[in-house]
Design a protein. Sequence first.
Length: 283
Amino acid sequence: MTGVLAQMGSFLHAVFGTAVAYAAEAAPHAEEGAEHASGIHVVLKAEEVFRIFDFPITNSLLMTWVTVAILIGFALFFRSKIALIPGKLQAGVEMLFEGVLNYMTETLEDEKLARRFFPLIMTIFLFVFLANELAFLPGIGSLLVEHNGSLVPLFRAPAADLNMTLALAIISFLVIEISGVVILGFFKYAGKYVNFSSPVNFVVGIIELLSNVGRLISFSFRLFGNVFAGEVMIAVALFFVAYLLPVPLMAFEVFVGFIQAVVFSMLTLFFIKLSIMDPHESH
């Protein structure tokens, strides 16, 4: 029975794929007849697939490029299909964008600002959402290539790599801070965090400054932790209960991928709102 479960788990892993390996790999130069140990092999960092001019290309970076290519391709396709009388696809996309834009206008209380930040917020949502959902396509995580004598997955979920989530966090952080400086002015914005009017206000300002910098950690580790934990959870389910448990867990992770895209983009919007608020209004 254990052998049957193991075979079923290997089949599901080959079909759906996950960057957390289900079966242990053979040693590169193992002798014939050597016995392979099986188990769950968790890889925290993205594996290198090949190099371009001595620059390492990892499987998560490849998946990021695929995601970007799909988004650009869809944008070009959609642009070529825009008509005065919209079809179903155009009507659906316009309805989605209009709803998001209206919500941003209510949040920022300024239509001009909403239109300025709309491309960023929508791009973050679409990128994170698509990257998370593509990770569940057949072959992602199970299509292997040889590199330096070992087999590594060709593709891996971008958000399961801390480098990608940290890069997104840095982009959001810079946009938030620069927006506050540009809209309020440098000295007025700095006055939120450096306030000598009283000892209490000074301490509160320092705490706010540390909290601001801490957004880099919360932004990056929230997305990375949820996606990577999902991969590990599915791998464990494939190993121990290969028949029934993985499918509902995968469905749940699809929902989690959508929620994480919403959370990341909405937090970016809310922090932009806080950064452009007058210091007196924020209190």
